[in-house]
Design a binder for this molecule. Sequence first.
Ligand code: BGC
Length: 380
Amino acid sequence: MMLKKLMTGIFIILLFSIVNLACTFNHSNSSTMNAIAKLTKAPFGSIEGQEITQYTLTNVNGMQLGIINYGGALTKIITKAKDSSWGDVLTGFDSLSGFTQKANPYFGAIIGRYANRIAKGKYKVDGIEYHAALNNNGQSLHGGLKGFDKVVWTATPLAGDSSLQLNYISKDGEEGYPGNLKIQVVYTLTANNSIKIEYTATTDKTTVINLTNHSYFNLSAGKSPTIYDHILQMNANQYTPVDTVLIPTGEILDVKGTPMDFTQPKRIGDDIDKVQGGYDHNWILNKAAGLQEVTNVYDPLSGRVLTVATTEPGLQFYSGNFLDGSLTHTKNGINYIKHGALTLETQHYPDAPNQSKFQSTILKPGEVYTQTTVYTFSTK
Ligand code: BGC
């Protein structure tokens, strides 16, 4: 009798312990997920005597984000497809030589001081004319000859192992821009498979600023050579048309009834031939100030979905028109061909310093520039 009671007691205590353990495990899984994030470092070569490091962030689900301090570029985004297989959805290179090649079309990089184009590189700030370096058909593109994509950033892993902070000081006059500009970019890989990019900057002289990230995505992770079958939806009723050298004409046009209409989900390949060269335009996002979801792209082959939220008023959807298979040192030797990947660059409008109808891109001393963009990966 005594023995039976003792056994029952032990059984009850054991049961309690198991239930307790399960609860603790569940709790730590949901509320302290970032604590299980991982950050590793590996050498990635050197440039002009400066060491380049690849940082890999891994979240609780196993998703991986690679970042190098050269250009603050993203090097890999490894996510799960619907069939649970893993794949890298980001175009990129297998070594630093890939990133430093002249024809590198800004793969994964931070873009500044002025993302997109400034007509003939000329603009005025406080009545003074400045000349940004010309590097694209007589125009200034993505910050000039040596933009933020070609400089070495100072990288600092942040507590919790899910964020990497990058800092760079752009000197007064660099690439034709006034003011010493202090820039900080924080990349965070969250437990719900988002890559959050937070930019802040301050200046000591009035300047212009437009920062973005130039990641190219192909959600099939190497299975489809083009993005024609990707389905894109954008909350944008208008766009800014461009001239032959891709400078905005200053007009703001409705997308309705044109190949630019992605207000309803549309296969990218459906109308791409109707747009000279493919898509390379700035869409005006239907949004109020603040962080808001603005676009999503779905790859039916892998089931992957990429959703973009941003604080910015514009989005450059570029369908990789100038990719031509000639890049070297590509990941796994992949041939990045025309329309092989797309970019969704959140930004202020191109050439805003010369366009009175576009939102201002002026930053004054004492002000803090901020922009936040979140790329979230899921499947359906
Ligand atoms: C621009 C394209 C340019 C590309 C460079 C995009 O952001 O809109 O016109 O060719 O960057 O890779």
